[in-house]
Design a binder for this molecule. Structure first.
Ligand code: PAF
Length: 300
């Protein structure tokens, strides 16, 4: 299969590298991290795990004009870079039979669907963990699970072919018929964990250990669940609190993606996480003082 990965950060590089390793023809595209692209062009991508490391050859470019029509275009840029990334690759996206997004947050779909026909758009969530250690070197930090489906409707054979390709590349993936719901579950988890860890500069596990932070964690979850329920999901408050706390437990040592962005003084995904919940709350008549506060504090 011919695959283009837009956004060769940690996760994009990991997915691209593993798909290339299993025999697919993959091109990584990143117009900003030139050192990473040049290193991959020269000596391949090194994927590091606890078991060792492996060097994979694949093509990489910083020029959108070098990208060829592909069977799948996978968007891995941070949510707030989506608009720019899809404008820069508009004709590639329009010609691709399938376009996939596993990005965090809610709202990128509207931007992508402004260019990509709905029937070609695959959305999903992933809990794979990756870190870019150096140009041309990615660490597969935690083996997670990916869920993938059509934005609306049941998985088709085309969806299944992508799911199979990911599984054959050691990326555990399941076809899903309810991706909007899965995106919202991840959104709620991220709304509760990411901004708090970013503001207090703590790993995820501290949100459980500190009684004050745990109270706020639960209060944000309740508020986000109220918006999700108004949106139409039958989520239970207590089940969602248990899920958020379980993620904190399972990722106790993790530095959340938002805290990593804050530490590197880079823009965060706050507008697509707490900002998205605040926006939906406003539209649906649910008040969201905590999500709005987190949005303002992280944006500062
Ligand atoms: O964004 C992140 O960092 C992750 O989605 C999560 C689950 C909060 C773990 O760090």
């Amino acid at each position: 299969m011919k695959i283009v990965i837009i956004g060769a950060g940690a996760l994009g590089s990991l997915f691209g590298g593993l798909l290339a390793r299993s025999g697919h023809s993959v091109s990584l595209y990143n117009p900003s991290n030139l050192e990473h692209i040049q290193t991959i062009r020269k000596s391949g991508l090194v994927i590091e795990t606890n078991e060792g490391e492996q060097r994979v050859s694949l093509s990489a470019t910083s020029q959108a004009s070098e990208l060829e029509r592909s069977d799948l275009v996978a968007i891995f840029v941070k949510a707030h870079h989506t608009a720019k990334a899809i404008q820069g690759t508009r004709s590639l996206l329009q010609r691709a039979p399938l376009v996939m997004s596993l990005q965090n947050g809610f709202g990128v779909e509207t931007e992508i669907l402004g260019i990509v026909p709905r029937e070609n758009f695959l959305r999903g969530t992933t809990s794979q963990g990756a870190t870019l250690l150096a140009p041309g070197r990615v660490r597969w930090a935690g083996k997670g699970v990916t869920h993938l489906g059509r934005w609306q409707g049941q998985p088709t054979p085309a969806v299944q072919s992508i799911v199979d390709a990911l599984n054959q590349s050691s990326l555990e993936t399941h076809a899903a018929g309810n991706v909007i719901e899965l995106v919202w579950i991840k959104l709620i988890v991220n709304s509760a964990i990411n901004a708090l860890t970013a503001l207090f500069d703590v790993p995820n596990g501290v949100l459980l250990k500190d009684p004050g932070l745990r109270e706020i964690l639960r209060a944000i979850t309740r508020e986000s669940v109220a918006v999700a329920r108004a949106y139409g999901f039958a989520f239970s408050e207590s089940e969602m609190i248990a899920r958020v706390e379980q993620v904190c437990q399972q990722t106790a040592e993790n530095i959340s993606s938002m805290l990593q962005d804050v530490r590197r003084k880079r823009p965060t995904e706050i507008e697509f996480i707490n900002g998205a919940i605040a926006l939906e709350g406003k539209r649906l008549g649910v008040s969201t003082p905590l999500n709005q506060l987190l949005l303002r504090l992280v944006q500062k």
